[in-house]
Design a protein around this ligand. Structure first.
Ligand code: ZN
Length: 194
C-alpha cells in the first residue's frame, strides 16, 4: 500500500529515474496514487511523493474524482516554455504551507502514457503550473526552493517543525531508516528502470 511522504523525507530529494517497463502492479500503484491525490485534495502527485523513485506523475486539474481528465505522464520532458506568471502554490508533501511561486506561463511537454502512447501537448494556465511543479518533484526540487529568500525566512519555523516530526517518526520506526529507504529505492529501480 503506497503512502504519502512529507518533507524532509529523502526520497523527495531523489533524482527520479526513467521508466523502461510498465506492468500490472505499476498500473495498480498509479491507481492508488489517484486515490491518495483525491483524498488529500490535490491536483497532481509525483511518484516520489509516495516513495517511488520513478519518473512519473499524475494530474487532474479539477482535483475531483469523476470530473475532468485523469492525466498520467511517464518520463515527461518540458521542451519549450515561455512567459512568466506568479501564483500561490501548495504541496501534498508540505501540508499547510502556501507561497507564491514564479513559473512559466506555457510550455510544451513530451511524455508517454501508461500504454506507451506518445504524449505531445502544448499547455498553459493551471495545468502548465501543475506540470512544472510535478516535474520539479521528479528532479528532487520542491516549491519551497523556488520562493523568494524573504518567504523562505518566513517559512523557516514551519519547515523546522516538519524536520522534527520526520526525525521523531524515524526514531520511533514509523519511517524506515535512511539506509532502508535507499534499499527500497534500489528495488524499485531494478524492477522498472534497469
Ligand atoms: Zn508537490
Amino acid at each position: 500500500m503506497l503512502q504519502l511522504i512529507n518533507f524532509p523525507h529523502p526520497t523527495l530529494r531523489f533524482q527520479s529515474k526513467p521508466i523502461i517497463r510498465v506492468d500490472a502492479s505499476l498500473r495498480e500503484m498509479i491507481g492508488q496514487m489517484f486515490d491518495i491525490m483525491y483524498e488529500n485534495r490535490g491536483v497532481g502527485l509525483a511518484a516520489n511523493q509516495v516513495n517511488l523513485p520513478l519518473r512519473l506523475f499524475i494530474a487532474n486539474p479539477t482535483g475531483e474524482k469523476g470530473n475532468g481528465e485523469e492525466l498520467v505522464f511517464l518520463n515527461p520532458v518540458i521542451r519549450r516554455s515561455t512567459g512568466s506568471t506568479e501564483s500561490e502554490e501548495g504541496c501534498l508533501s508540505l501540508p499547510g504551507i502556501h507561497a507564491a511561486v514564479k513559473r512559466n506561463k506555457s510550455l510544451h511537454v513530451k511524455a508517454y502514457s501508461m500504454e506507451g502512447r506518445e504524449i505531445d501537448m502544448q499547455v498553459d494556465g493551471f495545468l502548465a503550473r501543475i506540470i512544472q511543479h510535478e516535474i520539479d518533484h521528479l528532479d528532487g526540487v520542491l516549491f519551497i526552493d523556488r520562493v523568494s529568500p524573504e518567504t523562505q525566512r518566513v517559512l523557516l519555523d514551519e519547515l523546522s517543525g516538519f524536520v522534527s516530526t520526520h526525525d521523531s517518526k524515524q526514531r520511533q520506526g514509523m519511517i524506515p531508516s535512511d539506509e532502508q529507504l535507499s534499499e527500497q529505492r534500489e528495488e524499485w529501480l531494478n524492477r522498472y528502470c534497469r
